[in-house]
Design a protein around this ligand. Structure first.
Ligand code: ZN
Length: 304
């Protein structure tokens, strides 16, 4: 039995009433309680177990990254509306007093701040590419990360968060190596979610590129099947939520960060990421808000 009707508002209310998430005022930002975090940790561990023989190197990056990474990958051409650029105060005593007065008077204070060298990380894989610069070994590269991601899309819809965690894998090498790995994980991702009682499906998808030109980019991305998503119903049965996303970037990052394969070609990359909060929410919706009452085959998989 689903926890609530497939309805964004009812599901959000249900999560809050069960104490699983704690609103903080801004849409798309909330706290998580220990039950929510326990499910998230245990799902993340299942992903680790699935990949344990793959030889991926594990990294954690902070929520803020070098602004130059965003500039190099043309992020602002495609998603200027989603970026979270970090601003701070660089003035002297007098302007510090004006800033303070403006805040205390309830006035706007943005004119006292200027851009820093960091941005909030918009995609879990971005921070790792600069470390790939150079020639990758014959067998390619494989890394995995657990990173916080930011998207400026405030929404009351609980699965559309401004800040969330992604368990990410990145493969770098020849096109064949990268695509074979992507296809293998597409099956793994589907099976993992199905084994937790989620009606998961994979489908071709596209990114929310900005503006009129963005529509063409999205169409071409679909046509070339560069993006897949594994979805399950959370707030709607007709429009299921993407829990895991697979992106084949071809030479995009290889070119931006001068990454080559042994034969001197520009390296290809692909990544996949589980949206961890979304997986947790899909589990709560499918099985109810109290994990102790989940049916045993699902419960035992997470609490072996
Ligand atoms: Zn990625």
């Amino acid at each position: 039995m689903p926890a609530t009707a497939y309805d964004a508002e009812k599901f959000f209310r249900g999560l809050v009433d069960a104490g699983l998430i704690i609103p903080v005022g801004v849409p798309g930002i909330f706290g998580r309680n220990h039950v929510f975090e326990d499910v998230l940790d245990r799902f993340n561990k299942l992903v680790t177990d699935l990949a344990k023989n793959d030889g991926a190197e594990y990294f954690v990056y902070p929520p803020a990254i070098d602004r130059k990474v965003l500039e190099k990958v043309d992020y602002m051409d495609s998603f200027p509306d989603l970026a979270g650029t970090v601003f701070s105060f660089k003035g002297k005593e007098l302007t510090a007093r004006q800033l303070s007065e403006a805040i205390h008077n309830g006035e706007s204070w943005e004119q006292y701040e200027s851009m820093t060298d960091v941005v909030l990380n918009p995609a879990a894989c971005y921070p790792v590419y600069p470390s790939f610069t150079g020639t990758v070994p014959r067998e390619g590269k494989l890394v995995t990360m657990f990173n916080w991601v930011f998207r400026n899309e405030p929404s009351q819809e609980p699965t559309r968060m401004q800040s969330f965690r992604v368990r990410e894998f990145v493969r770098c090498g020849t096109p064949d190596q990268v695509v074979e790995w992507r296809d293998m994980w597409l099956q793994r991702g589907l099976h993992l979610l199905e084994s937790l009682g989620l009606p998961a499906h994979s489908e071709v998808a596209s990114d929310p590129f900005f503006g009129k030109g963005g529509k063409m980019l999205a169409a071409s991305q679909r046509q070339q099947k560069l993006k897949f998503e594994v979805t399950a119903p959370v707030i709607s049965e007709e429009k299921p939520t993407a829990l895991c996303s697979f992106n084949f970037h071809q030479e995009h990052f290889g070119e931006a960060f001068h990454i080559r394969t042994e034969d001197g070609e520009v390296a290809n990359t692909a990544c996949l990421g589980f949206g961890l909060e979304r997986v947790v929410m899909a589990l709560f919706q499918a099985h109810g808000f109290d994990p102790e009452k989940w049916r045993s085959e699902v419960h035992d998989k997470l609490w072996p």
